[in-house]
Design a protein around this ligand. Structure first.
Ligand code: ADP
Ligand code: ZN
Length: 518
């Protein structure tokens, strides 16, 4: 293909400019570099491999688990004049033969292949005989058991690097949970320096977390002045959905329930009513929202804490698709953590259980954080926000900052003294000079950091340690009982070269976000 990637973007796809990291990714691939792309759904991942495939000799091989979407993608490309085809189990044998003939005649720019087809011996042999522009692995989180959608047929894709060492490889996903991310890099043999993360921010959504006191009163208070607006209220259980929905109707709100226990016809009807604005509020379990395309949802309330940050991000992300101001309100109560935890405890896969508990704890950390919500949220996805956002409860009503350098050093050196082999609870016990038997058996009462933080409460040390984790000074090793480890950035703090400030823990009596007249 002649011309620049930008010319292709205009001529073939009809767009005028690249979105921020697209161009960098595309140029890297054209040079033969690998890439790992983390972008939310709708961010524009496809162009990142489609354009380089057109600018490199040979065919671009795209792996996707979603057979039903392959045809749509290919049809759209063909309509733009791109020579694209797909090869999966939905093809009749004659059709499959035709696709293979095109492949061997080198008449394809892009070929979409199901993972199990690609890694079959016969197919790998075929690919050795023809020039290949690149491999693109879509929905790359399917390769990791950490992801929510592990697929065994994806595991074999780890061999691609060895089988085709010279062909650039691009992996793409919208699921950027840190452990999944690390796992994908390792399994595919990609380098962290080729990671591109962006586009997770939803600047028009205002995040607010309220301590859950009288939840229904808090909810109806929030909804006053928003009666004409469309919104979703998420609850953790079907029972609570029914109850809250009924209470709302009793209070004169236009509300309907939605959960997996309702007959399909009823769910369908509720959804349509909501789309047509015949009902304003949907009270729902997580079952609601998948594939719902309503751009003017003005708020999402979490009546209960979501199971993990991914769900929170995805669910709040349903608000404000039209780009206008939207609210995300989380009611956060300690009792809910117990409920959420018990739901996880029911799982009988111990590995899964540990992962989910860790994710829940991270969600709790987000709710308890006293620094910009958006920074914490984006930081979780590996996306960076340099400044405070100015559009979350913390930024709008900032807590007082206090210097915690001295205590941070105590906490960090205590983590070091226990050989980076213990979790938050134990570190706090050492700091506070606990006389617990296990601690004494370990001899940790002889450590230099034993009891150096006795005058401060357990909660205080909890928030210092959480702050250190959230700010990246400490890491929690999840594959090993959430053991705390020092990260590189802890050094300057330990050496006294850096000061640290943290929000002063406060009793939360923050006001509800006000409804704005539009
Ligand atoms: P993803 O795979 O990340 O979910 P897609 O690749 O399907 O996202 O892109 C989402 C939408 O954004 C598509 O309609 C796509 O055509 C459009 N899009 C992607 N890149 C650009 C761009 N640079 N300019 C305008 N629209 C774009
Ligand atoms: Zn903020």
């Amino acid at each position: 293909m002649n011309g620049t990637p930008l010319e292709s973007l205009k001529k073939i796809f009809g767009y005028t400019t690249f979105r921020p990291p697209q161009q960098e990714i595309i140029e890297g691939l054209i040079r033969g570099e690998d890439a790992f792309v983390l972008m939310p759904t709708g961010g524009g991942k496809s162009l990142c491999y489609q354009i380089p495939a057109l600018h490199r000799p040979g065919v671009g091989i795209v792996v996707s688990p979603l057979i039903s979407l392959m045809k749509d993608q290919v049809d759209a490309l063909v309509a733009c004049g791109v020579r694209a085809a797909f090869y999966n189990s939905s093809l009749k044998s004659e059709e499959a033969r035709q696709v293979l003939a095109l492949l061997h005649r080198e008449e394809l720019d892009l070929l979409y292949v199901a993972p199990e087809r690609l890694m079959s011996e016969g197919f790998v042999e075929r690919l050795r005989e023809i020039p290949i522009a690149l491999f693109a692995i879509d929905e790359a989180h399917c390769i990791s058991q950490w992801g929510h959608d592990f697929r065994p047929e994806y595991a074999k894709l780890g061999q691609l690097r060895q089988l085709f060492p010279k062909i650039p490889l691009i992996a793409l996903t919208a699921t950027a949970e840190p452990h999944t991310r690390k796992d994908i890099l390792e399994r595919l043999g990609l380098s962290p320096s080729q990671c591109y993360v962006s586009g997770f921010d939803r600047p028009n959504i205002r995040y607010t977390v309220l301590q859950k006191l009288k939840p229904f009163a808090q909810l109806s208070n929030f909804l006053q002045g928003r009666r004409e607006e469309a919104g979703i209220v998420y609850c953790l259980s079907r029972k609570r959905v029914e109850k809250v929905s009924e209470q709302l109707r009793d209070a004169g709100f236009s509300a309907a329930s939605y959960h997996a226990g309702l007959p399909a016809a009823q769910r369908q009807r509720v959804q349509e009513d909501f789309l047509r604005d015949d009902v304003r509020i949907i009270v729902a379990t997580v079952a609601f929202g998948m594939g719902i395309d309503k751009s003017n949802i003005r708020y999402v309330v979490h009546y209960d804490i979501p199971k993990n940050i991914e769900s929170y991000y995805q669910e709040t992300g349903r608000a404000g698709r039209d780009g206008l101001a939207a609210e995300a309100l989380l009611l956060f109560g300690y009792g809910d953590i117990v409920l959420a935890r018990s739901l996880i405890e029911n799982s009988d896969n111990p590995e899964q259980k540990r992962i989910e508990l860790h994710k829940l704890n991270t969600m709790v950390g987000f709710a308890e954080a006293l620094s910009c919500r958006r920074q914490v949220l984006l930081g979780y996805f590996g996306d960076r926000l340099e400044q405070d956002c100015g559009n979350c409860d913390i930024c709008l009503n900032p807590p007082e900052l206090v210097d915690v350098t001295e205590d941070a050093r105590k906490a960090l050196s205590c983590v070091f003294r226990v050989d980076q082999r213990f979790g938050v609870g134990h570190v706090i016990e050492v700091l506070r000079g606990s006389k617990k038997e296990r601690l004494l058996q370990l001899g940790h009462d002889h450590l230099s950091t034993y009891g150096i933080g006795a005058e401060k409460s357990q909660e205080y040390w909890g928030s210092v340690l959480r702050h250190l984790v959230q700010q990246g000074y400490l890491e929690q090793d999840v594959s090993n009982y959430s053991v705390l480890k020092l990260s590189e950035s802890a050094r300057p703090v330990l050496r006294g070269e850096q000061t640290l400030r943290m929000a002063k823990p406060r009793a939360k009596t923050v006001a509800l976000p006000k409804a704005v007249r539009r």
